[in-house]
Design a protein around this ligand. Structure first.
Ligand SMILES: Nc1ncnc2c1ncn2[C@@H]1O[C@H](COP(=O)(O)OP(=O)(O)O)[C@@H](O)[C@H]1O
Ligand SMILES: N[C@@H](CCOP(=O)(O)O)C(=O)O
Length: 327
């Protein structure tokens, strides 16, 4: 087995990965948007102490050993590439709240993968990383925007391979998240989903998905009344009643609002046409006892830069440590 270069050269590498909001209404397991709220992981060569230390969200909660999700994902890339895992410790600073539907697990997975790619100096393109991250996470719609930034739509080709398309969302699109204290693990929120749907609902869902995706790309304004989901929200909101009330209030105001990922966070996307002020949204948040976070889309995606790498690395994506492949 080839030995990784990172520990040998003693270079620290820092990965930055955005949060995500997945589904975006009727795009279950298909659409996702990266959000400017980061998980930062610094891989430091050698040293004693725990494999992973975490500050911020998840501190004192996520594991510090080799079973930590960031480390497991890094190791998984090494196994796939036939290289030894690098002798590093991981220092995590996390701003993404766990189990709220804002992609904390996808960010952890993507951080491990981009760190592995940089530390082991292996040639793995983004397409392969999205496939691998999807295998670990179980669905592509949050790992793909976490890696690529922007607005991402994913589908399966007839041959089973992933088709991933990424664009910047319409200029001025502004996500506002309504984050409850209550948590909901994604695995549990997937367990309540219906196994089948009536044909009329499937047809409606497909029509709405097309409407919403084109709208978010700037082709036309999204009509809030034609942007709701028929596949996952009805079942999930039965167990997340507080989020259901937030969504109802936002939709009553004419906004495109949805369950973010598996919930329980609700997100609305402002496109400048609704004439709504943040103060009004904050009032809705206060009325329902949830924290309102006005966010921006992240357009950069994940990157991993070695200390002393070129000044542009991770910004222009010209650095050998963050190779990009056309998708
Ligand atoms: N920074 C992190 N480090 C290690 N594990 C993490 C981290 N972030 C998330 N996780 C793992 O992922 C789980 C949350 O994933 P999930 O239930 O899919 O919710 P989310 O919607 O936040 O992704 C956490 O309980 C934890 O096990
Ligand atoms: N399509 C998935 C998205 C889960 O995203 P997360 O951020 O909640 O992990 C689903 O709806 O289950």
């Amino acid at each position: 087995m080839q030995t990784s270069t990172a520990g040998a050269t003693g270079v620290a590498v820092t990965a930055r990965v955005p949060a995500t909001t997945a589904n975006l209404g009727p795009g279950f397991d298909a659409f996702g948007l990266a959000l400017a709220c980061e998980l930062v992981v610094r891989a430091v060569p050698g040293g004693d102490g725990p494999r992973v230390t975490t500050r911020g969200e998840g501190a004192g909660e996520v594991t510090e050993g080799d079973d930590n999700l960031v480390w497991r994902s890094l190791e998984r890339l090494c196994v796939e590439q036939g290289v030894e895992p690098p002798p590093v410790r991981l220092e995590v600073v996390n701003a993404i709240p766990l189990e709220r539907g804002l992609g904390s697990s996808s960010a952890a997975i993507v951080a491990g993968l981009v760190l592995g790619r940089a530390l082991c100096d292996v040639r793995v393109g983004d397409r392969q990383l999205v496939e691998l991250a999807t295998e670990i996470e179980g669905h592509p719609d949050n790992v793909a925007p976490a890696l690529l930034g922007g607005l991402v739509a994913c589908a399966r080709d007839d041959d089973g391979s992933l088709v991933v398309r990424r664009r910047n969302p319409a200029p001025g699109l502004r996500p506002v998240a309504f984050v409850p204290q209550a948590r909901q693990a994604t695995t549990a929120a997937r367990a309540v989903l219906p196994a089948t749907l009536p044909r009329a609902q499937v047809a409606e869902q497909a029509a709405r998905a097309g409407h919403v995706l084109a709208g978010l790309l700037g082709a036309w304004p999204v009509a809030a009344g034609a942007a709701g989901d028929r596949l996952h929200e009805p079942a999930r909101l039965e167990v997340m009643t507080a989020t259901g009330a937030v969504l109802a209030a936002l939709r009553e105001r004419g906004l495109h609002a949805f369950l973010s990922g598996a919930g329980p966070t609700a997100v609305c996307l402002l496109d400048g046409t609704a004439g709504v002020e943040l103060a009004e949204l904050e009032a809705i948040g206060r009325a329902h006892d949830v924290t309102v976070r006005s966010l921006r889309p992240d357009l950069r995606g994940a990157f991993a830069c070695a200390d002393g790498g070129c000044a542009l690395s991770g910004v222009q994506r010209t650095c050998a440590h963050c190779p990009r492949q056309g998708l």
